[in-house]
Design a protein around this ligand. Structure first.
Ligand code: SAM
Ligand code: SF4
Length: 435
């Protein structure tokens, strides 16, 4: 039976969210429609993440939970990085899976669904030389804030990370394609675009640098805000830092993962930056854009991490004063060099370190948010809030702002930030700036 409705569940990073949107567009082109929330879909795509152990386990248990009460099940596609890493093994691990498609091959999803209809169980984890982007329909739907993948893969091989294996070598999409997709997103309603890449600031199409790409995108009428994520410290060029002082549409927010505050650990991680070089980059960025909100990623419990080295991580959190940050327990990924290193850290120690780190990060987030109370700024309204008349938008510093207003999703309005929480702000609307 050909599926008529589909549901795509994306796990993990924003690049998966983007891929999920593109798969939805592909399936819609084939005449399928997105299943209404809470209803059964004929086809379920689990767009998985492999970065940490639990995410993969969660995907497998989600597959199991798709069995319906009457014993039947939807057509199940395993997509994303677990699909790439496991390939045909995923089929053996879960007989419920009908097809396996990797992140570089999902433009073939409709064809694979048709093959399932003919009794096959196809697996496609190719990393073809021809970009999947060329095989995709143009963007027709977008919310106020949209993602646009401009760079994929990674050649950096941090010793803990699966990305170079699951997403392949670093490739940059050509500027022309990116500009075309950005125009389509703006025509479809986007006011803000977040440029995505595993190392987005390493983007280089051989002709233009990343700062100039942003400059070109900033000329698009109707595009009001530009963001980019995730950046690698070694690719934080002076030109990109300078762009933050020159391009009004480039928002004052930078996600710059450091992972550890210890140079010995950074070396063992193969991070190719030091604590000092990282802090110098932050200093330059603040000299250019004093109000920049900084965010980061941290791993606690990397093999061999001592108490003193963990303290160094707390110290760098204090030194930078992050507005927000993500922190993870080290997870040994099969096939990565760190997985076979000696001195793997006990789970209880990791738990304790993670808790201490998160408390420290929360204190800094709270301090950052408090520093914005009383500030007049603009927010981009993204969606309705929980209460009648309440809307939720984003400040330039990527804070969620809750407020009462008649403004609608996609409007940019003047607000005063009036109260701070650890994860969000309350705003008071002043006036509509751009509808
Ligand atoms: N390319 C970016 C960089 O190098 O900063 C990060 C991309 S990675 C997909 C997102 C985050 O997942 C990393 O910054 C790291 O903190 C975390 N991560 C990656 N591998 C991990 C592992 N094996 N265990 C725990 N966290 C991990
Ligand atoms: Fe993974 Fe390191 Fe590449 Fe980031 S730079 S995606 S952490 S290998």
């Amino acid at each position: 039976m050909t599926p008529k409705t589909f549901k795509i569940k994306s796990f993990g990073c924003q690049m998966n969210v983007y891929d999920g949107e593109r798969m939805a567009e592909l399936l819609s082109e084939q005449g399928m429609s997105a299943a209404a929330d809470g209803t059964d879909a004929d086809l379920v795509v689990l767009n998985t993440c492999h970065i940490r152990e639990k995410a993969a386990e969660k995907a497998y248990s989600d597959v199991g939970r798709l069995r319906r009460e009457d014993g039947s099940k939807p057509l199940i596609a395993l997509a994303g990085c677990v699909a790439q890493a496991e390939g045909a093994e995923a089929m053996r691990r879960s007989p419920m899976i009908d097809l396996v498609v990797g992140p570089q091959a999902y433009h073939r999803l409709p064809d694979m669904v048709a093959q399932v209809g003919r009794g096959a169980r196809p697996v496609d984890i190719d990393m073809p030389a021809i970009s999947k982007f060329d095989a995709m329909p143009s963007r027709r739907r977008a919310g106020p804030s949209a993602f646009l993948t401009i760079q994929e893969g990674c050649d950096k091989f941090c010793t803990y990370c699966v990305v170079p294996y699951t997403r392949g070598a670093e490739i940059s999409r050509p500027q022309g394609d990116i500009v075309t997709e950005a125009h389509a997103l703006v025509d479809a309603g986007a006011r803000e675009i977040t440029l995505l890449g595993q190392n987005v600031n390493a983007w280089d199409d051989g002709e233009t640098n990343f700062a100039d790409l942003i400059r070109t995108l900033a000329k698009i009428d109707g595009l009001e805000r530009i963001r980019y994520t995730t950046s690698h410290p070694v690719n934080m060029s002076d030109a990109l830092i300078a762009a933050h002082g020159e391009i009004d549409k480039l928002m004052p927010y930078l996600h710059l993962p450091v992972q550890s505050g210890s140079n010995r650990v950074l070396k063992a991680m193969n991070r190719s930056h030091t604590v000092e070089s990282y802090l110098r980059t932050i200093e330059k960025m603040r000299a250019t854009r004093s109000d920049i909100a900084l965010s980061g990623d941290f791993i606690v419990g990397f093999p061999g991490e001592s108490d003193a080295e963990f303290e160094d991580t707390l110290n760098i959190v204090d030194a930078v004063g992050y507005a927000s940050a993500y922190s993870f327990k080290y997870s040994a990924r099969p096939g990565t060099p760190a997985a076979t290193m000696e001195d793997q850290i006990a789970r209880e120690i990791m738990d304790e370190r993670l808790q201490r780190l998160q408390e420290r990060i929360t204190a800094h987030s709270m301090a950052f948010n408090r520093s914005k109370v009383g500030v007049d700024t603009q927010i981009l309204i993204e969606r309705k809030g929980r209460y009648a008349g309440q809307m939720i938008g984003k400040s330039p510093w990527l804070q969620s702002v809750h407020l009462d207003t008649d403004a609608q999703a996609g409007d940019i309005i003047d607000v005063t930030l009036v109260a701070a929480g650890p994860n969000s702000m309350t705003g008071a609307a002043r006036e509509l700036v751009a509808a």
